[in-house]
Design a protein around this ligand. Structure first.
Ligand code: F0G
Length: 351
């Protein structure tokens, strides 16, 4: 079989690209849709995980970034900028390298995972640590892109939404139709907006006969959409979704309402429990924010909101390797042994 070509070439006729658009790609997308054995058993549903950590820079952001950077390049931009809780900056930095563009990133001081910082650094981005949270970073990035010759590649850029909608296409292509429910974490709310757009387009003139209900989950300490007002000091261990005033707030509400879905909150405890379940029982290592979708599904099941037999897809948005602190914390320590088979066997309980 030919190699997967990346989301622009795979879905060119459904994306705003022309013959002259320079396609900047790392062959993102084409990610695994993995049947979730334990979640299927627990809920009585047919649960699948869309494993977006398998993208080139380890998160779903690459789908949007291939579009945003290709368009920036086409428009003659020399530099791009983004605000980020870590994944957007890692992705922007990598795709900017491919395009030969300068990349500037604004991150909240002390609140991004080390792996993501390492990615931006090694790809040569100019990193500014802002004395503020993500929302402040986005305000600053917008101001800079309005005043100076630098293209904004956050999801307020429509190209990002276009690229990210391809994940919904892939789900339908894999399952033969849309699922009953699609569950995902919500931070700046670009991704839930993107999936909803993708599902709608595939029903209107594509292979899907229906659309799923969209279920979004915010972290309880950073849940502005659930509360109905911005959160000034958002707080959660899931730093990727530590956002108090999402840019795509209204579009997320539209996705929720038009699909007959909901946007609710899960606590950090629930997030960590789902994070450990995914790693220890499904074999899928995600970053904490990604586990918010699965924490939400488990919460909904406990509340009796999940009917047996439904087909459910949970997007797990980023790779666990980006933020391993939570995997190491509280885990049993590795055991030191001499180079001696009997001693090793005894420690392993084999002897
Ligand atoms: N999961 C992960 C791993 C993320 O990095 C993000 C957002 C989300 C979920 C939420 O997606 O913002 O579209 O609702 N990360 C952005 C960033 C904010 O800067 O990397 P969303």
């Amino acid at each position: 079989a030919p190699q997967w070509r990346g989301v622009i070439e795979e879905y060119r006729d459904r994306l705003p690209v022309g013959a002259a658009t320079p396609v900047v790609t790392l062959r993102e997308g084409g990610t695994p849709l993995v049947p979730a054995q334990v979640l299927t058993e627990r809920t009585g549903c047919d649960v699948h995980l869309k494993v977006e950590g398998a993208n080139p820079t380890g998160s779903f952001k690459d789908r949007g970034m291939t579009m945003a950077i290709s368009q920036a390049k086409e428009s003659g931009a020399r530099a791009v900028i983004c605000a980020s809780t870590g994944n957007t900056s890692a992705s922007a930095a990598a795709y900017a390298v491919r395009a030969g563009l300068t990349c500037a990133v604004l991150v909240p001081q002390g609140k991004i995972a080390l792996g993501k910082m390492g990615q931006a650094l090694v790809h040569g981005a100019r990193i500014l640590q802002v004395d503020g949270n993500f929302d402040d970073c986005l305000t600053l990035a917008r101001a800079l892109s309005e005043k100076y010759p630098v293209a904004l590649v956050n999801s307020v850029n429509p190209a990002r939404i276009e690229g990210q909608k391809t994940a919904a296409f892939e789900v339908v292509d894999a399952l033969g139709d849309a699922p009953d429910i699609h569950v995902l974490p919500v931070g700046n709310a670009g991704n839930i907006t993107s999936y909803w757009k993708g599902y709608r387009e595939y029903r209107e003139d594509g292979p899907a006969t229906r659309t799923p209900r969209m279920w979004g989950y915010q972290a309880a300490g950073a849940a502005p959409i659930v509360r109905g007002e911005p959160v000034k000091e958002p707080s959660t261990l899931a730093t990727a979704i530590r956002i108090g005033n999402p840019a795509s707030w209204e579009l997320a509400e539209r996705a929720r309402d038009e699909s007959g879905g909901h946007i609710e909150a899960v606590t950090d405890r629930q997030i960590l429990r789902a994070y450990k379940l995914l790693a220890a029982q499904e074999g899928v290592f995600v970053e904490p924010a990604s586990a918010a979708s699965v924490a939400g599904l488990l919460q909904a099941a406990e509340l009796g909101l999940v009917d047996a037999g439904q087909r459910i897809v949970c997007t797990v948005t980023g790779n666990g390797l980006k933020d391993p602190d939570w995997a190491v914390a509280g885990a049993p320590q590795p055991v030191a042994v001499p180079v001696d088979a009997d001693a090793a066997a005894e420690r392993l309980g084999l002897a």
